[in-house]
Design a protein around this ligand. Structure first.
Ligand SMILES: [Zn+2]
Length: 164
């Protein structure tokens, strides 16, 4: 793949790839296509999560799961330097959880605004929660996205999810 995005490094692309793979795994399991990876300051993957709302629990978003994992398993200093790579920008619930857990940087493949536009295109009812950007919820967050090329792969997963 060509280097569409000057804003993320080669090693970060690997983590974004993994987040999208997790989103695809979620879709294959009958959940919605969202996946996220928590990476420590040394570049090591600490935890992974995918959407699991098919359980009937609509708050089981991967970004929320990673915030809880981090709060349970990492010291505050380690949380602050950890990065979340995610297929889709955090929803307001997950952005708040990220902030309360004191996690660091976020790299997302596709934005909440893109998702809103895609769902409208597919004729899906809008989400019951306002799709604010992470910056609306966490004004001082270090956030990068959407990442050109990766966003279109996430689009393809949502298209499969909603149009078959
Ligand atoms: Zn969420």
């Amino acid at each position: 793949m060509s280097d569409e995005s000057p804003t993320i490094k080669a090693n970060e692309k690997r983590h974004l790839e993994r987040a999208i793979s997790l989103a695809e795994a979620a879709l294959q399991a009958g959940d919605e296509p969202f996946g996220s990876v928590l990476v420590g300051a040394d570049g090591r993957v600490l935890a992974e999560a995918r959407n699991r709302i098919n359980t009937g629990e609509a708050t089981r978003h991967p970004e929320f799961a990673l915030s809880r994992w981090a709060a349970d398993n990492l010291e505050p200093a380690a949380r602050a330097v950890a990065t979340v790579y995610t297929s889709g920008e955090h929803c307001p619930m997950c952005a708040a959880a990220h902030g309360w857990a004191g996690l660091g940087r976020i790299v997302y493949a596709s934005s909440a605004a893109q998702l809103t536009q895609w769902l409208a295109e597919f004729g899906v009812d809008p989400a019951p929660v306002a799709m604010l950007s992470i910056r609306d919820v966490l004004p001082s967050a270090d956030v990068i996205g959407p990442i050109e090329g990766y966003d279109q792969r996430v689009y393809a997963l949502h298209r499969r999810c909603h149009t078959g």
